[in-house]
Write a protein that binds this ligand. Structure first.
Ligand code: SF4
Ligand code: SF4
Length: 416
């Protein structure tokens, strides 16, 4: 069986913040309410899931919300106990937690470190920018509390990445954001343009909070900051994804992959959906408490969803960037109600590709040379001792100024 990633809406829409742009702000009933995953869901789902991924020996859980830490540590302790109990020996279990960081303390830190959780933390930039949108219900900004949560992660040596939502509050400040993230020593950052839509209303055209031009200008400036003369040291997910496509490895972001994601999203009550943006009865795949998991996974709705990028809008079929862009996200095609116009951010992607193509090609050659060098090194380990020689990666530089340079490993390109 292929690997299957599952995203849990751990507490449904419940959250301890009230960010103005939240697309998961309202429940199906129209209000934010306190909900928790029924323990029966874990007891029923995890054994079936672990059996499903037993051959692949890879399990992938993402815990989202609302704010998933509201479920409390005992909930997550039960999760990891069930995972360990039902996993086939040798299975790699990956847990990712997307949080606003407000509830993180040393007890959480010790737990997340012990079970090697990857944490995504929402931070929109330095305080004056972040606090414009990411506030408590009282109106108070959350920056200080988020930074306190990040401090917990750092003290416990937990891997984390930063999720930055781009809206009117920060899209005009790419330099400031990049400088802030570098100054803070963050290593992995993801930008997501803000869309003002509800996940529960997929038929409604989204309203976008940033224009195509603004997003395009942001991407091109951020790319220049990221590139650093061919030695990027900070991982920016959008650029990493495009570089993956240039190199020819599968893209790990569905928006720029050939098809929609094949994972599932599970709500607090066991209802399953194909995507975080399609939490709607029309797209319900089934219920993982009431039905066997395989029945949910083999739902014809899921099969249709995975194929929904096709047919491509005619503009995409003729586009010179199709191999890299893969036509974007179908949710962003809803402008005409029929899904036949390209992704709303098409012009932004084109702006970036025209701006960055030559440098992405150079980086691609570098990555490929490096891959060849590593392959050679596996066959001939003594190559690594010849420091005075021209680098076998093919760059034409001396080893000590190329792959053998003391800071080479710090370059993002060397880690692709
Ligand atoms: S609709 Fe968009 S976000 Fe959802 S799986 Fe498809 S590409 Fe990804
Ligand atoms: S850049 Fe635009 S036209 Fe080209 S593949 Fe992407 S969405 Fe389609």
């Amino acid at each position: 069986m292929p690997p299957l990633s599952v995203m849990f809406k751990t507490v449904s829409t419940d959250c301890n913040l009230d960010c103005a742009y939240c697309y998961y702000r309202e429940s199906l009933e129209g209000t934010r309410v306190r909900r928790r995953i029924d323990p029966r869901l874990l007891e029923t789902f995890i054994p079936q899931y672990m059996a499903y991924v037993a051959d692949a020996r890879a399990a992938s859980f993402a815990w989202q919300g609302g704010e998933p830490t509201l479920a409390g540590l005992p909930f997550f302790e039960r999760v990891v106990a069930l995972q360990a109990h039902h996993a086939r020996p040798g299975t790699t279990i990956a847990n990712a937690l997307q949080t606003n960081g407000l509830l993180l303390d040393d007890e959480w830190g010790a737990f997340l470190k012990r079970y090697n959780f990857l944490v995504g933390i929402s931070l929109d930039g330095p305080q004056p920018i972040h606090d414009q949108q990411r506030r408590a219900k009282s109106g108070r900004g959350s920056f200080d509390l988020v930074m306190r949560g990040i401090d917990v992660l750092r003290r416990h040596g937990i891997d984390f990445n930063v999720l930055c939502v781009l809206g009117p509050h920060n899209v005009g400040h790419p330099g400031e954001l990049m400088a802030f993230y570098r100054e803070q020593g963050f290593t992995h950052v993801q930008f997501i343009p803000c869309m003002d839509f509800q996940a529960m209303e997929p038929e409604k055209p989204p309203v976008f909070q940033v224009t195509r031009e603004e997003y395009g200008a942001f991407l091109t400036s951020a790319f220049d900051e990221w590139h650093q003369d061919g030695q990027p040291s900070l991982s920016i997910r959008t650029f990493d994804n495009f570089l993956q496509s240039y190199v020819g490895v599968p893209n790990d972001l569905c928006v720029h992959d050939d098809k929609c994601d094949a994972g599932i999203v599970v709500e607090y009550n066991g209802d399953a959906y194909p995507c975080d943006f399609y939490i709607h009865p029309r797209w319900k795949l089934g219920n993982v408490v009431e039905q066997p998991l395989r029945e949910v996974l083999y739902s014809p709705i899921r099969a249709a969803f995975i194929r929904q990028k096709r047919p491509l809008p005619s503009a995409c079929q003729e586009c010179e960037w199709l191999a890299v862009c893969k036509s974007g996200c179908p949710r962003n095609r809803a402008e005409d109600g029929g899904g036949q116009v390209p992704d709303y951010f098409c012009a932004s992607y084109m702006q970036l590709f025209s701006h960055a193509d030559a440098r992405l090609r150079e980086l691609t050659s570098h990555v490929q040379r490096r891959q060849r060098y590593l392959h050679q090194l596996r066959l001939e380990p003594k190559l690594a001792d010849r420091k005075g020689d021209v680098c076998p990666c093919g760059s034409g530089k001396k080893q000590r100024h190329c792959c053998g340079a003391p800071d080479a490993a710090r370059s993002y390109v060397f880690r692709v």
